[in-house]
Write a protein of this length. Structure first.
Length: 202
């Protein structure tokens, strides 16, 4: 369904509820009582998280603004999720901001029933995955421009320890090279309960 059509339908429902004088429990908003998040669509691309905070803070204390961005470019995708400290603020935001014009664009604000913020992958887990794939060849040559979006490791220390990278930059280069199996002498230790006589030791 067209986002503008959804905006108009929500506004019509709100007007009918107001005319009928429905209680909070009978309102369509009651279905979303378990979520303090609202969806915001049609967000102008130049708006930042701070701008959204300023707009939505009119209806309650905002505790989270997740402006969805493209991973590679970092540019806004034009929608966001906003969380309030008090769930009742979501009702005010939906009723008052749905259909509002922000920087010439009509925004759509609606409840989110089961929103879970996609947690950023734990940095250690992400680094582990990158290391399993190996060191980025383009990074070694100084040509990788993907930054955090690169699926290969950019760990310079790992780069040095694997034999990849510049020999001049790493003083441990000779020690890190594989030299084949190392032969180590075996040492046996004999533990006795009673000391041996001096003649038997030699």
């Amino acid at each position: 369904m067209n986002p503008l059509t959804q905006v108009k339908r929500t506004q019509v429902i709100n007007q009918k509820e107001a005319a009928l004088g429905l209680s909070e429990d009978a309102s369509w908003h009651a279905k979303f009582r378990g979520s303090a998040y609202v969806f915001v669509g049609g967000v102008p691309f130049d708006l930042t998280e701070g701008d959204l905070l300023a707009v939505f803070a009119q209806y309650g204390e905002v505790v989270d603004v997740n402006l969805v961005r493209d991973k590679a470019t970092g540019k806004s995708k034009g929608f966001a999720f906003v969380a309030y400290e008090d769930q009742r603020s979501t009702v005010l935001a939906v009723d008052n901001l749905n259909g509002a014009k922000v920087l010439g664009r009509i925004i759509r604000v609606d409840h989110v029933e089961k929103y879970k913020k996609k947690e950023e992958e734990d940095e250690e887990e992400l680094q582990k995955k990158r290391e399993e794939r190996g060191v980025c060849y383009a990074f070694q040559k100084g040509e990788c421009n993907r930054g955090d979006a690169c699926k290969y490791s950019h760990d310079e220390q790992r780069n040095a320890n694997t034999g990849w990278g510049s020999k001049e930059d790493d003083p441990k280069w000779e020690h890190d090279r594989h030299r084949g199996p190392q032969i180590r002498p075996l040492v046996f230790v004999l533990q006795l309960d009673e000391p041996l006589p001096a003649k038997d030791i030699s």
